[in-house]
Design a protein around this ligand. Sequence first.
Ligand SMILES: Cc1cc2nc3c(=O)[nH]c(=O)nc-3n(C[C@H](O)[C@H](O)[C@H](O)COP(=O)(O)OP(=O)(O)OC[C@H]3O[C@@H](n4cnc5c(N)ncnc54)[C@H](O)[C@@H]3O)c2cc1C
Length: 420
Amino acid sequence: MKTTHSNSRRNFMKFVGVSSLVAVTPGMAADTTTPHVVVVGGGFSGATCAKYLKMWAGSSVKVTIIEANQTYSSPILSNLVLNGQKTTPPSFTYGDLSSKYGINMIYSTVNSVDKATQTLALANGSSVKYDKLVLASGIDFIQVNEYEFTKVPHAWKAGEQVNLLKTQIDLMGTDSVFTMTIPPKPYRCPPGPYERACVVADYLRNVKKLTNCTINVLDANSDIIVEADTFHEKFKGYNINYIPNATVTAVNDSTKTLTYTVPGDNEPISLPSTVLNVIPKQKAAPIVFTAGVNDGNWAPVNPLSYESTVASGIYIIGDSQGTGQPKAGHIGNSEAKVCADAILRTLNGVALYTSPKTNSACYSPTSRTEASWLTAVYEYDSTKKDMVIVGGKLTAGPSTASDYTKMFLWSENLFSDTFA
Ligand SMILES: Cc1cc2nc3c(=O)[nH]c(=O)nc-3n(C[C@H](O)[C@H](O)[C@H](O)COP(=O)(O)OP(=O)(O)OC[C@H]3O[C@@H](n4cnc5c(N)ncnc54)[C@H](O)[C@@H]3O)c2cc1C
């Protein structure tokens, strides 16, 4: 994360040749001509992009974040609410971004994008014009049928959903059944569902002492997609019933019954449960579709800039973007810096940096005291025109108490680099 920041900044500063952009951006200093970059979404990718645009360009660029909520609730570490290690997920407000960097905050939902007039229509009735638009709006869900998330929580966006799932888990008694499902990849945070299965199982077996309860994990994928050795071993230890290749075909929120199929079985299987945690299949946030910058479920972008390959002047970062990089907060923070650098270069008529690197890192708690972790470094491959893995720690190894402690150091660093 830091490497990308310093690389990007070094290369950007190299072309402007001084430490402050304000003095070297003719045509960008006067108020009437100052370019306006609007970022939709103040999560890990959007907040970082806005912050680095202002850090690198100062008053030569006007930056606005339009965010639906005044407080951001982090999905990262949110599983620790389920096992009682935290009372709420880490949460952040935008005061620092406004006061330290001069970012303009608007709290509303963007309902539509008029690409011809470069104007956004907001739920609060106002409209906002942009010169460059960054969509950093996260994910949306594809439900297999209509059912209420208040009865069958996904808890894959943090906040109220996580509290709901926690309440349901706490009501479980002897002989009850916890069933969770994992969607087909790509989805937000590849190790996240397996991590959740572990922390919930540890909580049910070792804190609530429900040795007789059943824990089912139905995976749409053919095997655990990341840290397979680590999670398989943990699943065995927790006596988790792991079912790969499971396609969810129906969810009944009144009876808490899940119906699914597995290859080779002609008949769908019904699984009544006490607590049902369906993590649905995922796609880019609704505004990506409204703006018409999707291709299928995600937004195709040029990884040198994160500019849409469908519409110029619109950039998509974080979970909504459609490169092969994982959908995760740490790499969203990294993509945001590449994007901020590319926007400033473009506004200044300077060529894009041709070898951007990004970095992902995921720490997975597997109990109340242990965690495992992975990291990957990506670099642009000009032949493939895509980001490819060039290094990292690609095998997790066993969960340890030491990595559990490091998880909080890593997350604090990411949180402050994004929101402070
Ligand atoms: C249990 C769990 C564990 C995880 N652990 C890790 C981990 O260890 N490491 C890691 O890197 N990642 C992890 N992640 C993944 C990480 O949380 C997400 O990938 C990250 O939050 C995505 O960032 P984003 O900026 O793309 O979207 P988000 O963080 O979802 O932010 C999007 C923002 O846009 C706003 N928004 C959306 N549409 C609009 C609109 N139309 N108008 C205004 N505002 C809008 C939303 O309100 C939201 O605040 C984990 C996720 C989960 C669920």
